[in-house]
Design a protein around this ligand. Structure first.
Ligand code: PEP
Length: 255
């Protein structure tokens, strides 16, 4: 059985005090999670260790980084190594968010290397993919997303797929208030699963957690999470308020 996950991507928001308050608020209202329904919180690097200490005694809540270096150590000023992220308490790292691809010029080759570095250092990877509005309007979103997945992930061995989560995040839905319809999300998630089935076999594809991201909020989460191939969400804006994030977690619990 694949896991359901609600993951919060704080992006470049929350100082240490604000982050502390937010995590405390989330923990206060958290329902009873289990092995198959988990929560991941991705604060900025500087909050990782503090957030980890807050959640370490709560089962099924994990910390993620939002990025990691391609390199393991050395003279790379300003970079943060996957081993450091792991040592600070994180279990996951988000790789290939559309903001990293667009604003920091992260290419498929870079993202593929980051994925390897993260896995080699014991982190699980939340690998993001998703098309622009231009691609969606041209009707070529399936091919586009498939190409991103092939370039970023398909060099991996079968056994490594247990440590991969895919997040489908149509760029036109991120932070825009414009959510993909549940049908659009389901169609793409089913396509992604079929692409993994063709490459790695149906069992691996069936076990792969595929998250939806893009203006997901308490009011639309239940409908999105009810889709057969939508296994939870990667949440941006709505992860910054405990009440909203908890509302989305509730939707996962009832999905
Ligand atoms: C994101 O950036 O991962 C995201 C899904 O953002 P939002 O929920 O704000 O659209």
């Amino acid at each position: 059985m694949r896991k359901k996950i609600v993951a919060g991507n704080w992006k470049m928001n929350m100082n240490l005090d604000e982050g502390h308050e937010l995590v405390a608020g989330i923990l206060k209202g958290l329902p009873a999670l289990n092995n198959d329904k988990i929560v991941v919180i991705a604060p900025p690097f500087i909050n990782i260790q503090h957030s980890y200490y807050q959640v370490e005694d709560t089962d099924h809540v994990y910390i993620a980084a939002q990025n990691c270096s391609t390199e393991n150590s050395g003279a790379y000023t300003g970079e943060v190594a996957a081993s450091m992220i792991k040592h600070a308490g994180a279990s996951y790292v988000i790789i290939g968010h559309s903001e990293r691809r667009e604003y920091f010029n992260e290419t498929d080759a870079i993202l593929s290397k980051k994925t390897d570095t993260a896995l080699d250092n014991g982190l699980k990877v939340i690998f993001c993919c998703g098309e622009s509005l231009e691609v969606r309007d041209a009707g070529t979103q399936n091919e586009y997303v498939e190409a991103q997945l092939k370039a970023g992930l398909f060099h991996l061995h079968k056994h490594q797929l247990a440590n991969i989560v895919v997040a489908y995040e149509p760029i036109w839905a991120i932070g825009t208030g414009r959510t993909a319809t549940s049908q659009q999300a389901q169609d793409m998630h089913a396509h992604i699963r079929s692409v993994f089935a063709a490459q790695y076999g149906q069992n691996i594809a069936d076990d792969l957690t595929i998250l939806y991201g893009g203006s997901c909020k308490p009011s639309n989460a239940a409908e999105l999470f009810a889709c057969a191939d939508v296994d939870g969400g990667l949440i941006g804006g709505a992860s910054l308020k405990a009440s909203e994030f908890l509302g989305i977690i509730e939707a996962m619990m009832h999905a």
